[in-house]
Each structure stands twice: as C-alpha cells, then as structure tokens.
Ligand binder design. Structure first.
Ligand code: SAM
Length: 218
C-alpha cells in the first residue's frame, strides 16, 4: 500500500459510498463491509485521490481502469465467497478488487497481463499483512498450476466463456465473467454442477475493457 493516510474523512466518504451501493441494490453485508474497509483512494495517484469515493471507473494508466465500486461490489456479491474459498481474479489492474477479495478469504490469486501494471501493483500490495499471490501473464488461460479454484472472477470483457477457466473450476464452484462484444457485455455466472455439467445465469449489462490473450480477444 502507499504510505498515504487513511483519515477520518476518507472513512466517512467510504460510509457514504457503502450507503450509495446499498441503494443501488447491493445486499450482501460482508461485501458492503469489505468495500467499507478498503481505502480505495490509496489505489489512485495522489492528484486523483479526490475522485476515489465517487461510484465511477477511473483511468489507472496503460489504457486500463479501476472498475466502478458498484461493479466491484456486484461481481464480488455474485461470487458468494465462503471464508476459505480459493479465488482467482483475472485482471489485477490497480489491485483494488483483489484487496476487496482479501477481506473475504485469505486465498486470493490474481493475474495481470500488462507488465507495467503488474510491477506497480505487486509493489503496492507487497506491504499487506497477508498479500495475495500475484502473477503476470495471460489470465484467459487461467492459472493451471494452482487449479482448481472455488471461484474465478474476470474483470475484463470476454467474447466467450474461456474453456480453460471452466476447466479450472472445482465442482460446485462459480465463474463470474462479463461476456459480449467490445461495446457492452452481460454479466454471466457459471456454476460447475458436476465434472461435465455447467449451469449459466445471465445478469446485468456492463462495459469493461477487453479481455486480451488467447482465450480472449487475442
Ligand atoms: N480488477 C481491477 C482493479 O480492481 O483495478 C480492474 C481491472 S481492469 C477493468 C481490467 C484489467 O484486465 C486490466 O488491468 C487489463 O490489463 C487486464 N487484462 C486484460 N486481459 C487480460 C488477460 N488476458 N490476463 C490478465 N489480465 C488481463
């Protein structure tokens, strides 16, 4: 984490953000508490910190974004993380979503394709008491050496359901992924019901940056 302060004022802004997310339909109290606990402003460059508690996506460099808090809460809620779940995130970006996941389970793996963002965020998160396991590479292929996972979260828009991610889910596990074209994607929640059966639920529409890589847009 940056060695910037988390002040009384920031904590107040987070409480206001949590109330806004509640009004927008986020119900899971553990997810709301996680959003209330993670100092989102520390994931922004100093000059942009005043924007950190607006419910908006924001540029983090390299043409990428930190997702909107509503989107982070929505995806996290859909994962229904149990306390010891092993979770894989595709698209570490700023590390904010990863830090929210760490409030819910200590077993978080996250993979980022962009080496500049990877380096920066790995340095940033290294100071956490229980840091996540971070990897640099093509997350559309998952992380086979650490599979299976109870939950997999994709934070970039995918053209399809990447087969490697389905294969790396534990039976009973869930994949949450935005699927669609470059303009808009529908959130999809896939549950691995048995070794070769999957059920699929299609939910709200979002707009994400594209999932690159072999099982993404290339
Ligand atoms: N979860 C991030 C956060 O909390 O800041 C926001 C993620 S941003 C919307 C999407 C991220 O996915 C970008 O950092 C992008 O570089 C990354 N990405 C795109 N394709 C990828 C791939 N195939 N593997 C891993 N990361 C990928």
């Amino acid at each position: 984490m940056h060695h910037a302060a988390d002040t009384y004022r920031h904590r107040g802004q987070r409480r206001t953000l949590v109330e806004e997310l509640r009004r927008k339909g986020i119900r899971d109290e553990r997810v709301l508490a996680a959003i209330g606990a993670v100092p989102r402003h520390l994931f922004f460059a100093a000059a942009f910190q005043p924007h950190a508690y607006h419910d908006k996506a924001f540029p983090i460099g390299e043409g990428q974004t930190i997702s909107q808090p509503y989107t982070v809460a929505y995806q996290t809620e859909l994962l229904r993380i149990a306390p010891h779940d092993k979770v894989l995130e595709i698209g570490t970006g700023s590390g904010y979503q990863c830090s929210v996941l760490l409030q819910l389970t200590p077993h978080v793996f996250s993979i980022e394709y962009n080496p500049v963002l990877f380096e920066r965020t790995a340095r940033h998160l290294a100071g956490l008491p229980q840091p996540p396991q971070l990897f640099c590479g093509d997350g559309s292929l998952g992380l086979p050496q650490h599979a299976p996972f109870d939950k997999i979260l994709v934070t970039a828009g995918s053209p399809t359901l990447p087969r490697p991610l389905l294969q790396q889910l534990r039976v009973g596990g869930a994949l949450v992924i935005p699927v669609g074209d470059a303009e808009r994607q529908r959130m999809v929640r896939v549950v691995r019901e048995s070794n070769d059966e999957f059920s699929r639920q299609e939910l709200e529409e979002f707009r994400f940056v594209p999932l690159l890589g072999k099982a993404g847009w290339g």
